[in-house]
Structures are given as structure tokens and as C-alpha cells.
Design a protein around this ligand. Structure first.
Ligand code: ADP
Ligand code: MG
Length: 338
């Protein structure tokens, strides 16, 4: 009697889901990144009960062809890379082809999509199985609705925290994606309540106003600096506009949101002794550098990044913020067009 057998596709998808889809926010991140990759200029995200009842991501991107719909939900099915060479020149946020398969394996998913307005496809998947697909008129773009998250993985459901916690994770990730894409109009709703909304007009300060509110955006200082390796630009709050966590410091590295402890430390160090103990600034800083200097940890859910010459970059952040805050005239840069 043989003891070793191959796992079924349903089971391997559920195992993969365990890594990719930790909580409602990870699912929202995957769907929203797909919308960004699809070239959307407008992304509307709606969750009900912090995603525990329903999550929906709607975009006006490229849409999915009818015959591609069943394939999109297969594991390792992607339109974003085809060859090993592509793997080393990735410009999209996704490329593993795991997200939709993982999501569908642990939830009830309804997809509506059209590559051309008027002729579209609607599909319904439950626990990874395509139970229905039919033609359906739809505007151009894609909408994915997810209900009953983790209905068939009770152990995972146990790890989901209170709605307040799950919602804060959702707001956190969507804010970072919005700040990284001022050219895309984002709306995030919890139930009927708008959590935030950005205009998509390409202006970073106005995007900050959408995410954090006009008053904060208006009171921020613009910073910009370059050295031989790095170019930084963005906005930092005055020392009296602070938050109790460092989570409101956003680093965009070549346009993409990443976490990096040392760089955040450099930003905070730029405030010298101006911050009260336990208080942290609000900052959004875009860093441009040669991609060769970036070592992205390619684990699907990790958002950390390592950079060569990290200390030099942290110093550049520190000194330029310090110089800007020491300037006698701490007049915030006016927010135009609001
Ligand atoms: P990946 O993003 O790694 O390619 P996914 O499982 O997230 O894998 O998606 C599979 C494929 O489905 C994508 O490569 C893309 O072709 C298609 N797709 C998913 N979401 C969208 C969307 N919102 N708009 C257009 N195409 C999409
Ligand atoms: Mg994806």
C-alpha cells in the first residue's frame, strides 16, 4: 500500500491561502493590487462589518476576457509574467498567480467583468469551485465580491480579531496603496460610511488630504533632497502634529509602499528632540533609487525591503528633515486647489 499521494488542487489552494490570506485586509490588498495592475484609474472598495460579512473591490481597469475567467482562478495562473526573464524585470504588483485561487478557495466569490463595456461575464465560485458562469452586460472593468470569508477554514476564522482591529488593518493597507498612487481615485467605505476618498488628480499633497484630512495635509512641510544614489521627496508633519504610532509614516520606494525600520528611524531622528516621548510624525516620503540597490524580500505577504547603503539613505532623510524643521520659517506649504 503506497503511503504517499499528491494533494488535491482544492487542498493545495487552501494551504496557499493560509499564507496569502491571513485576514480581511490581506484579501483587500491582493484585490486592490490586481486593480492597480489592470490599469484602473478608479478603485472603489466597500466592506461590510470590516470585511467579515462582505468585501467588494470595483475597478475600471482592463477587465478579464470571458475565456480567461476560469483560468484566472487557477493556482499559478497569471497574465503578468511568462518567462524566467520576466521574473527579473517585474513591473506589476502581482505575478505569482496565487491570490484569486487562494481567495476563492476560502470564500464565496462573485466576479463581474468586461474588457469592453456592454459585453461581460459574471461568475460565481464557492470554496474554489466555479459553480456558474454566464454572459452579463457590465461596464468596462472588474468587480469582485467576497462573502463568507474562511467559511471552510474555521481555524483561520478564530484568528480574526474584532471588527475595529480588522477595519484598522484595511484602512492602513488601502491608505498606503492610495498614497503610492495619487493618479488613482480611491474610495474606501465601511458599510455606507466613507472611510476616505482620494481625487486621483496626481497630486501627493491632495492625496494626503484625502487620506488624513485637509487639516493635516495643510500643516505639512514639503521636503526634497538628492545625493548621488538617492532622491527623496514628500511631506512631513510639524512636530506638534503627531500620532501615537509610527504607522503613519509611509515610505514609497520607486512608487511602491514598503516597510523599513531603519529608514523610519532616520525620519524620526530628523525631528531631533522636537517630538514628545511616544509621539510620532505623519510623513509620506517617496524615495527614488536604482532598482539594483533594492533587495525586495519576495515572500508574497512581506512588505519589508532591504536597501544597500541603507545607512546613507537614513542619514539623508534625517538631515533633510532636520534642516527643514530648523528653518526659522516653519510655514507649511499651502495646499493648493482645495
Ligand atoms: P497575479 O496578480 O499574481 O497575476 P492573481 O491570482 O491575483 O495573480 O490574478 C490572476 C490573474 O487574473 C491576473 O494575472 C490578471 O490577469 C487577472 N486579474 C485579476 N484581477 C483583475 C482585475 N481586477 N482586472 C483585470 N484582470 C485581473
Ligand atoms: Mg494578484
Amino acid at each position: 500500500m503506497p503511503h504517499i499521494h499528491e494533494l488535491s488542487e482544492a487542498l493545495t489552494n487552501q494551504i496557499a491561502a493560509g499564507e496569502v490570506i491571513e485576514r480581511p485586509a490581506s484579501l483587500i490588498k491582493e484585490l486592490t493590487e490586481n486593480s492597480i495592475d489592470a490599469g484602473a484609474t478608479q478603485i472603489d472598495i466597500r466592506v461590510v462589518d470590516a470585511g467579515l460579512t462582505l468585501m467588494e473591490v470595483m475597478d475600471n481597469g482592463s477587465g478579464i476576457d470571458r475565456e480567461d475567467v476560469p483560468v484566472a482562478f487557477k493556482r499559478h495562473a497569471t497574465s503578468k509574467i511568462a518567462t524566467v526573464r520576466d521574473l527579473f524585470a517585474i513591473h506589476s504588483l502581482g505575478f505569482r498567480g496565487e491570490a484569486l485561487a487562494s481567495i476563492a478557495s476560502v470564500a464565496d466569490v462573485t466576479l463581474a467583468t468586461a474588457t469592453v463595456a456592454g459585453v461581460g461575464t459574471e461568475a460565481h465560485l464557492v470554496g474554489g469551485k466555479l459553480v456558474d458562469q454566464h454572459s452579463q452586460a457590465f461596464r468596462q472593468g472588474t468587480s469582485i465580491k467576497v462573502a463568507d470569508l474562511f467559511f471552510n477554514t474555521p481555524a483561520r476564522l478564530k484568528y480574526v480579531r474584532s471588527q475595529a482591529t480588522e477595519l484598522s488593518h484595511i484602512v492602513d493597507i488601502v491608505s498606503r496603496l492610495a498614497l503610492g498612487h495619487p493618479e488613482i481615485a480611491f474610495t474606501l467605505r465601511n458599510g455606507d460610511k466613507v472611510a476616505f476618498k482620494t481625487t486621483g488628480n496626481g497630486d501627493l499633497q491632495q492625496t494626503i488630504a484625502g487620506v488624513y484630512g485637509v487639516n493635516i495635509a495643510r500643516s505639512m512641510l514639503a521636503i526634497a533632497a538628492t545625493d548621488s544614489d538617492f532622491s527623496i521627496s514628500g511631506y512631513v508633519s510639524l512636530p506638534d502634529t503627531t500620532r501615537s504610532s509610527r504607522n503613519n509614516i509611509t515610505l514609497l520606494i520607486n512608487g511602491r509602499y514598503f516597510k523599513n525600520y531603519n529608514l523610519v528611524k532616520g525620519i524620526i531622528a530628523g525631528y531631533g528632540s522636537k517630538l514628545m516621548v511616544g509621539r510620532f510624525p505623519v510623513a509620506v516620503i517617496a524615495i527614488e533609487l536604482d532598482p539594483k540597490l533594492v533587495d525586495v524580500n519576495v515572500h508574497p505577504t512581506k512588505q519589508e525591503v532591504r536597501i544597500s547603503k541603507e545607512r546613507e539613505l537614513a542619514d539623508l532623510l534625517k538631515t533633510s528633515i532636520y534642516a527643514r524643521l530648523s528653518n526659522q520659517n516653519l510655514i507649511p506649504d499651502a495646499l493648493h486647489n482645495l
